[in-house]
Design a protein around this ligand. Structure first.
Ligand code: FRU
Length: 490
């Protein structure tokens, strides 16, 4: 298919039933479909949206272009869950069908207000000359999951020193007022997070930009989130074009976090003693949405994918997935991320093993299911390699240099390769000469790797052959291992 502009923006109604059936059928023939992750029925999934707790259920939406693995006309796809782990699909909940969102219901967030769920999102509009107009739009969802868009936009125009890159409102309630944080680009082409305030969810007042650091954070900030963990303000966002002197990253765009000390939204200020960090040290993680849930937890979910990069599933008519839901916490000024405890509900068929290796390589598990969890303690000297999805020649490799405290994820010989221009390895630091704990989730074509109980996370898509079913360990020195293994099923 030649995905030209006309095709990408062809109205959903103008696609025939036959064409839509062909799309789903194409996906049915795809390898690499996952067992326990949220993935699109057809087409492209990107940002998580509207993550919230309302009507005694978790609600989660995602950006979806259902007609192909490209960024076309975006809609919101809706899911609900009682445990953040098993999700029920409700199909497309908002489609671009008004003059204010004609070219896409772009990203946004949600907040329960009285007995409804209030949604705020960006309506993407293009005119004939393809000039973009971003509108910040409100909508109400009721207890029957029926969504009604508010007729006129809440913020009809960005302030005049901003470009048309103005989107992804995060709505929060703070000190009994409503605020919206919006990702923006100013007319000097710097990325900013801007703050709006409202008391009635209808009149919105521009308060200014949230100054984050002295340095420029690139040319655009997408998907800003503010949340509070142990009373500390934490910002999670996606700076595009960030100078690698400020933060070392290898992905096309990073998803970052900044732990702050104080935030004042009324006279926008944000103070922090901490540097910017990558939220994820792996290959595919973007547009993370995080919020303070009513049960007291800080929860996050990420798009496992990146803008502007082709993936091997494209040829089967679909692309990308969401991460597991992660619980955020702070320890020693650092953000920790762990899979929510409910994830354990996916475990079946438990195995355990431990052993010692000395200058050798050994298969430690055979016939691993395509979806499993491996919790493994490794302690040793020298270097070791944990080869996941191994068939003797292909594998997804985690190597640990215990002496220097370096952990590397290598997907360079793990099946069908992609995005090679951004490198096939990711490296991160861990404490030197210390045992390492890894909690690893493999689900056909995704790996989510939590290092040292959430200190670092590495997320990666990889596209193995069917026979990549072993796990092996190799050491050039001495290694003790001890693991729990569970098959994961829904
Ligand atoms: C981030 C993003 C958002 C936008 C959405 C459109 O991936 O570009 O800024 O709202 O995707 O799908």
């Amino acid at each position: 298919t030649e995905w030209d502009r006309a095709l990408r923006y062809k109205k959903f109604d103008d696609w025939s039933e036959q064409e839509k059936f062909a799309l789903v059928d194409q996906v049915r023939h795809s390898p690499w479909r996952m067992d326990v992750h949220i993935q699109p029925k057809s087409g492209l999934l990107n940002d998580p949206n509207g993550f919230s707790y309302y009507n005694d259920q978790w609600h989660l939406f995602y950006q979806n272009y259902p007609m192909g693995p490209v960024h076309g006309l975006k809609a919101w796809y809706h899911l609900t869950s009682s445990d953040l782990t098993h999700w029920e699909e409700h199909g497309l909940a908002m489609i671009p069908d008004t003059p204010y969102d004609s070219h896409g219901c772009y990203s946004g967030s949600a907040l329960p207000v009285n007995d409804k769920l209030f949604i705020m999102y960006t309506g993407n509009v293009r005119d004939k000359g393809w000039q973009r107009y971003p509108y910040q739009i409100g909508a109400w969802m009721d207890k029957n999951n029926k969504i009604e868009k508010i007729k006129s936009p809440m913020i009809a125009h960005q302030p005049n020193h901003y470009t048309d890159h103005f989107r992804d409102p995060q709505i929060i309630r703070h000190n009994d007022h409503y605020y919206a944080l919006i990702g923006a680009q100013n007319d000097r082409l710097d990325g900013e997070i801007v703050v709006y305030k409202s008391d009635d969810l209808s009149q919105w007042r521009f308060l200014g930009t949230l100054p984050l650091t002295d340095q420029s954070l690139g040319y655009m900030i997408e998907c800003p989130n503010l949340l509070f963990i142990d009373e500390k303000p934490v910002l999670i966002f996606c700076p595009q074009g960030l100078d690698e002197q400020i933060l070392n990253y290898k992905n096309i765009y990073p998803n970052v976090f900044l732990v702050g000390d104080q935030v004042n939204l009324d006279r926008p200020t944000f103070t922090s003693k901490h540097p910017l960090h990558n939220l994820d040290e792996g290959f595919d993680c973007y547009a993370t949405q995080a919020f303070n849930a009513p049960d007291g937890r800080a929860l996050a979910v990420s798009w496992v994918g990146l803008p502007e990069i082709g993936y091997p599933t494209d040829q089967y008519g679909w692309a990308h997935c969401l991460s597991f839901v992660k619980e955020l916490s702070i320890k020693d000024g650092r953000l920790y991320q762990n899979p929510v405890r409910e994830t354990a509900a996916l475990r079946t068929e438990h195995n355990q093993s431990h052993g010692t290796l000395s200058r050798q390589s050994q298969v430690i598990a055979k016939d691993c299911m395509p979806a499993y969890e491996l919790d493994i303690d490794l302690s040793g000297t020298g270097g070791c390699r944990l080869a996941l999805a191994n068939n003797g020649t292909q594998s997804l490799d985690l190597t640990i240099d215990f002496e220097n405290g370096i952990l590397t994820l290598d997907r360079g010989h793990s099946g069908v390769l992609f995005a090679e221009e951004y490198g096939t390895t990711r490296t991160t630091t861990i404490p030197k000469r210390q045992p390492v704990h890894l909690q690893i989730f493999i689900d056909h074509s995704i790996a989510e790797i939590f290092v040292n109980h959430g200190f670092k996370v590495l997320t990666a898509r990889f596209f193995p052959d069917d026979n990549q079913t072993q796990i092996s360990l190799e050491t050039d020195s001495h290694l003790d291992y001890n693991y729990d293994y569970w098959r994961l099923t829904r």
